[in-house]
Structures are given as structure tokens and as C-alpha cells.
Design a protein around this ligand. Structure first.
Ligand code: FAD
Length: 287
């Protein structure tokens, strides 16, 4: 019979996860896990609901940056004005997940640890250079978000480990981000391509730092340093955007399926990256 535990401390949760005799699964919002349970894709022996752990939901400012509890639902992320002001791209990515009902539950950690190549918040978190605090039997470690997903449905987390919180760094002036995805429908669909761009401008509007990350075009989210390089030193003009588009297309290693051919996904990746860069540039210029 499937067991259910709802620990109220990190230590208790680690003890249950590490000591489980069969497969133990974390439950955050359950918007992936419950679907997988019903379809029989996931067959854990025990479910560990982390939402009763103090601080695992909520957003706070710290050292000029933000700490987001791992199980914080998308709705709460969208309602945090300070976060949306500093990281509009990350917030728009988190709020693209599912419907109003799904937003009431779906968390960043669930989106990351479900490890879908098409997860919407993941490229935006990576472009933001977010880190996550992983806790487990060996203690606590802070790692970049991109080190978690290792392939579709797989993560680098070891037995007994889970994500406690995400850290977003302090923003310099004139910095902004943007996330765009392409879906065949208007909502409630899986990204055919996702593109996140995070950039910083100098005092005359020249891009001094950039990070470009694509989703749904490879087994895990893809950093595109060449695309970032195309933006740095430019005012996001047509030439820079064309170079970024070409670099984004070169970085794609997509699958060919009913949702899009390799050629289609590759082309759309360039277009999404270019549009996201233009939005991030405009936002940064307005700060
Ligand atoms: C109708 C519908 C629409 C959706 N639309 C989208 C969409 O547009 N874009 C998108 O990206 N996703 C979408 N999803 C998928 C899902 O909502 C997201 O992936 C969501 O962010 C998962 O978060 P959760 O808190 O519900 O995760 P859960 O279902 O609770 O967990 C998901 C996985 O992550 C693990 N996990 C959860 N928290 C932790 C943690 N703290 N540490 C370690 N492991 C953890 C769980 O064990 C499980 O394996 C949709 C789902 C539904 C049902």
C-alpha cells in the first residue's frame, strides 16, 4: 500500500527519504506526480509531502537577492511584486505553467525535478544564474540549477536529497530578463521551444552581460554562450539579433515528433531567442 508522510522538519524529511525501504517520492504541488501516479508511470512506496516544512513555501529578500522556497506555488510567485520587478522573465515563465488551478500548486522545484526537457521555468532560472540549496543525509549544498536535470525524467539528486530553496542573485542596475515559449495552442500546452534571455546594459545602453538558455530543444535546457556573446557589446541591433538567432539554431539538438520536426524546432528556437532578447533589452532600458 502507498504510504503518505508529511514531515514538519528538514531532518525528519531526510530521515524518511533516506530510510525508506522502497521508492520514496517527494510531493510538492503534485501537478506532475499525481498525474504520474494515476497513469501508473510512477509507482512509489511512500510519498513525502514537504509542504509542512517551515520556509519551504514563501519568498524573501536576502542580500539584495531573493530566496524562493522550493514548494512555493506559481500563484504566490506571480503575486510578489518585488520579484516580478527584478525578475520579470522568471516570473512570466513560472506563471506560464498550466492553468489557474495548476498555478495554485505547481512549484519551481517540481518543475525542475520532474526533469521534462520542456519545463518552462527551468531555462529562465538558469538564465538568471539561480542556484538551489539541496539538503540530504550528507548535509546541505548549494548548486547551480543547471546541475540538477541530467536527462528526461532524471536528476542528479541522490537518495534522501531534496531541494529546499532557490537563490536569485542581486540585480545590477539596467538588468532584465524575458522568457518566451512557442506552443501550438494559446495555453495549457507543452513548449515546442522555450527561450530565456537575461541581460545587463551599461549606462549608454550597450549590453555588458548576457545569458541565453533554450528549452525543449535537447534532453536538458541548453546554455548558448555564443548567443550571449552576440549580444554583449551591442545595442541589440538587427546584426546582433541575427547572430544570436544563428547561434541559438546551432545549439539545438531537438527530437522529431508530432509536435514539431527538427527543422521546425530549430528555426523557432532562433526566432524565440531573438524576440526574448528584444524584450529583455527593452525592459532593461526602462530601468
Ligand atoms: C494541466 C497541466 C498543465 C501543465 N502545464 C505545464 C506548462 O505549461 N509548463 C510546464 O513546464 N509544466 C506544466 N505542467 C507540469 C507541472 O505542472 C509542472 O512541472 C509543475 O511545476 C510541477 O510542480 P509540482 O510542485 O506540482 O511538482 P510535483 O508534482 O509535486 O513533483 C514533480 C516531481 O518533482 C519532484 N519534486 C518536487 N519537489 C521536489 C523537491 N523540492 N526536491 C526534489 N524533488 C522534488 C517530485 O518527487 C516529482 O518527481 C502541467 C501540468 C498539468 C497537470
Amino acid at each position: 500500500m502507498l504510504g503518505y508522510k508529511a514531515p514538519s522538519t528538514v531532518e525528519e524529511a531526510i530521515g524518511i527519504l533516506a530510510g525508506a525501504s522502497g521508492v520514496a517520492k517527494i510531493l510538492a504541488g503534485g501537478t506532475d506526480l499525481l498525474v504520474q501516479l494515476r497513469s501508473g508511470r510512477a509507482k512509489p512506496d511512500v510519498i513525502v509531502d514537504i509542504k509542512k516544512i517551515e520556509g519551504i513555501t514563501g519568498i524573501r529578500q536576502h542580500d539584495g537577492g531573493f530566496v524562493i522556497g522550493a514548494a512555493t506555488p506559481g500563484a504566490e510567485i506571480g503575486e510578489c511584486k518585488a520579484l516580478a520587478q527584478a525578475w520579470p522573465g522568471l516570473v512570466e515563465a513560472a506563471n506560464l505553467i498550466g492553468s489557474t488551478q495548476v498555478q495554485g500548486r505547481a512549484s519551481l522545484a517540481g518543475n525542475l525535478c520532474n526533469a521534462s526537457p520542456a519545463a518552462d521555468s527551468v531555462p529562465a532560472m538558469i538564465a538568471a544564474r539561480a542556484t538551489c540549496v539541496v539538503v540530504g543525509p550528507k548535509g546541505r549544498r548549494e548548486v547551480p540549477v543547471e546541475s540538477i536535470a541530467t536527462g528526461p525524467g532524471r536528476t542528479s539528486l541522490t537518495r534522501g536529497e531534496f531541494i529546499l530553496e532557490f537563490h536569485l542573485p542581486k540585480r545590477p542596475p539596467r538588468a532584465a530578463d524575458a522568457y518566451l515559449r512557442f506552443i501550438p495552442r494559446t495555453e495549457m500546452d507543452i513548449a515546442v521551444v522555450g527561450a530565456a534571455v537575461n541581460l545587463t546594459l551599461d549606462s549608454v545602453g550597450v549590453c555588458s552581460d548576457a545569458c541565453v538558455v533554450l528549452g525543449a530543444v535537447a534532453p536538458t535546457a541548453v546554455f548558448v554562450p555564443e548567443a550571449a556573446g552576440a549580444l554583449i557589446g551591442s545595442k541589440c541591433d538587427d546584426k546582433a539579433l541575427a547572430a544570436l538567432d544563428a547561434a541559438a539554431r546551432r545549439a539545438c539538438k531537438p527530437i522529431d515528433d508530432k509536435r514539431g520536426t527538427i527543422e521546425y524546432r530549430t528555426k523557432v528556437a532562433g526566432v524565440m531567442a531573438r524576440r526574448a532578447a528584444a524584450i529583455a533589452y527593452q525592459r532593461a532600458g526602462e530601468r
